[in-house]
Design a protein around this ligand. Sequence first.
Ligand SMILES: [Zn+2]
Ligand SMILES: [Zn+2]
Length: 177
Amino acid sequence: MAHTIEPAASGRAKCRGCGQPIAKGELRLGARLPNPFDEEKELTLWFHLRCGAYKRPAQFLEAASETTEELVDRTELEARARNGLEHRRLPRLSGAERAPTGRSTCRSCREPIPKGSWRVTIVYYDEEEGRFSPGGSIHTKCSKEYFGTSDILDRLEHFAPALGEPEREELRSELIA
Ligand SMILES: [Zn+2]
Ligand SMILES: [Zn+2]
């Protein structure tokens, strides 16, 4: 079956992108995953539309081009998704946080990430499992090098919604430094 965009039939499904529930009636992306054990029983992974555009851009664009649903932020979401195809590592971005210890190493420059400093967290998508698994983190300042773009603030804010304005300001200034 093709990937789909449709209203959530219940409020029980959780988004694979951010882990939060998808409200009943809200439009969501259903990304199909072949079931290696049974061709008849394809799995569907559900995403908030924005999470889908960020984390499964090809599937989002395909579903968006097919759907008869009206997508309020269509132009913007499609641009975000295309951005994620252009910069292949961008869909790995899963949030921002202060390093709780000084023991992590940047995936980009391989230097330690000092305790208390901002880091961008990464997940890897496993095509077979249909799952995202933790992939470490990078210095905020290494974003350009790692992702190929430093235009990532919208993604950081989306996947780290608890950030306050002062924190966003700090991230912003580290990204343009
Ligand atoms: Zn989500
Ligand atoms: Zn680094």
